[in-house]
Write a protein that binds this ligand. Structure first.
Ligand SMILES: N[C@@H](CCC(=O)N[C@@H](CS)C(=O)NCC(=O)O)C(=O)O
Length: 261
C-alpha cells in the first residue's frame, strides 16, 4: 500500500471516529473536516447524518474508493422544521428536496461549487469521476443488475427495514421522543421473510450480489442489513444460509466495520 493511500485511509479513520463522537454529542448539526490533500475546488462535502442508511451508503462508497470528504451533520429539512430548527443555507442549496444525503464539490458560495443529491446518483457520479476501485461493472448486463439490486436495497428493503423497523425502533424514540408503535414494528418484521427468500436465492453460488465483484448494490443492500443488525434482528442461518454468509462478508469489509456502532 502506498504511503499516500495509507495517509488517506488514516484521515478517513480519524474523520469517522470524530464523526461518531459528534453525532453522539449532537444529533442535529455539526461540521467535521478531514485534512484534504486535494485542491479546494475538489473538496467534497456530504450533508446528512449517519443515522440515515442513504447517507451511510455514500460514506461507505467513499471509504471503498479511498476518497476524502467532510461531513456536515444535518437532519432532513422536514425533520428540522418539525423540531423548529433552522436549515443550513448550504444544505438547502445542495438538496432540492431537503433530503439527506446531498453532496457538494468545492466550497459553498464559490463560482465552481457544484451540487447533486440522492445517494445512488452521488455514488454513480463519484464512481465515474474516480475510476479506481470501481463500484459499477463495465459489462452491460452486470451494470444493469447492479442498478437493479441497488434499487431493491434503496426501495424494497428500505420501505420495510428503514421506514418501518429502524424508524419505529430507533429514529422515533431518539429524534421525536415518541414511543415505538409495537404493532407497526411486529407487522414489518413479518414482511421480511419474502425479502430474505429472494436475496438468499440470488446469492446462491455467488460471493457478492452480482457475482465476483463487490459493487454499489452490495452497499445498498448492506446498509439495510446493517439497520437490521442495529435493531438486533437476526437472520435465521438454517433458512437463509447464503444471506447470513453474505452479511458476514459485508460486515468484515473495512468500510463497513468503521461504520458499525
Ligand atoms: N432516494 C434517496 C432517499 C433519501 C431519503 O429518503 N433520506 C431520508 C433520510 S433517511 C430523508 O431525507 N427523508 C426526509 C424526507 O423524505 O423528506 C437517496 O437515496 O438519497
Amino acid at each position: 500500500m502506498s504511503s499516500f493511500t495509507q495517509f488517506k485511509k488514516a484521515t478517513f479513520a480519524a474523520s469517522s471516529a470524530l464523526l461518531l463522537l459528534i453525532s453522539t454529542v449532537t444529533p442535529t448539526m455539526a461540521e467535521i473536516s478531514t485534512p484534504s490533500t486535494q485542491p479546494a475546488s475538489a473538496a467534497r462535502t456530504i450533508y446528512g447524518s449517519q443515522m440515515s442508511p442513504f447517507v451511510l451508503k455514500v460514506i461507505i462508497a467513499m471509504a471503498e474508493k479511498n476518497l476524502d470528504f467532510k461531513l456536515v451533520e444535518t437532519l432532513p429539512k422536514k425533520i428540522l422544521h418539525a423540531k423548529g430548527s433552522a436549515m443550513l443555507i448550504p444544505f438547502d442549496n445542495a438538496s432540492p428536496l431537503g433530503k439527506i444525503p446531498a453532496y457538494r464539490e468545492g466550497e459553498y458560495g464559490q463560482e465552481d461549487s457544484w451540487t447533486i443529491a440522492d445517494s445512488a446518483v452521488i455514488i454513480a457520479y463519484l464512481d465515474k469521476n474516480n475510476p479506481e476501485h470501481p463500484l459499477y461493472p463495465t459489462n452491460a448486463k452486470k451494470f444493469a443488475e447492479t442498478l437493479w439490486y441497488e434499487k431493491y436495497g434503496d426501495e424494497v428493503m428500505a420501505n420495510i427495514i428503514h421506514h418501518k423497523i429502524l424508524f419505529e425502533q430507533k429514529i422515533k424514540p431518539v429524534l421525536f421522543k415518541k414511543p415505538t408503535d409495537e404493532k407497526i414494528l411486529k407487522d414489518a418484521i413479518m414482511e421480511l421473510p419474502p425479502l430474505f427468500d429472494y436475496l438468499d436465492g440470488k446469492l446462491k453460488g455467488k460471493k457478492w450480489i452480482v457475482g465476483d465483484d463487490f459493487t454499489a448494490a452490495d452497499i445498498a443492500i448492506g446498509v439495510q442489513l446493517l439497520s437490521l443488525k442495529k435493531c438486533n434482528i437476526s437472520i435465521d442461518e438454517k433458512k437463509w444460509p447464503n444471506l447470513v454468509r453474505y452479511s458476514k462478508d459485508l460486515f468484515q469489509r473495512d468500510a463497513f466495520k468503521k461504520n458499525i456502532k
